[in-house]
Design a protein around this ligand. Sequence first.
Ligand code: BGC
Length: 247
Amino acid sequence: MEILGIDVGGTGIKGALVNIKTGKLTTEKHRIPTPIPATPEAISKTIKQLVNHFNWKGLVGCGFPTPLQHGKCLTGGNLHKDWKGTQVDQLFEATTGNNFSIVNDADAAGLAEINFGAGKDVKGTVIMITLGTGIGSGLFLDGKLVPNTEFGHVLYKNGEIFEKYASDSARKRDKLSRKEWGKRLRKYFKHINLLVSPDLIIVGGGASKKFDKIEAKLDLDVKIVPAQAENEAGIIGAAMAAKHNIK
Ligand code: BGC
């Protein structure tokens, strides 16, 4: 069975058809830059372009980078303030005519890892942390997703959230070496470990590349591994979420 998986990101919106049994893409990926400003109207146009590119009439699973509950944006996150309160599945269904299932982007990445990657067959509590423009999280118990966690929003200090301190965009903004970034991530993962006591932490996004340089700085009492599906995880996981109708 194939589902069109779409990953809405801060810089690009990517899609491909996914065989949800094997977790493999059955077409080339197609990427369109995220429109600026990333308003609901502009993004739905891009989504329509993607659906048309694949000439797809079936179900679409879409990973979305904001806090969500049952497909509705709780805030505009790093996209645009106008998303707040938008029922994303209904908006995209109205624009394209396809059925949509919306899942948080980090939940989607985690679903790909749990089913086909670094979290495959891992029992107990697994947390996926994605380090990109923001920090996203996906929490799993015995392979089952507890949707819509927002562990990037854990407070760091002075009311500031960890996302602003330890994301990949914070690394770029503050021109950090991998070593320096690793020290910040150590503080973050130490705190996550205290809050969740996971059996495994899977790290996706910027830090999963050259992971060894960061890993040396982590030195924590919990197993931390880089994501395996990486660039494609968001697309694959979005399709998986649609199949299981996860919200
Ligand atoms: C959002 C999350 C999202 C993460 C990664 C954060 O700013 O609150 O929902 O998963 O960025 O895109």
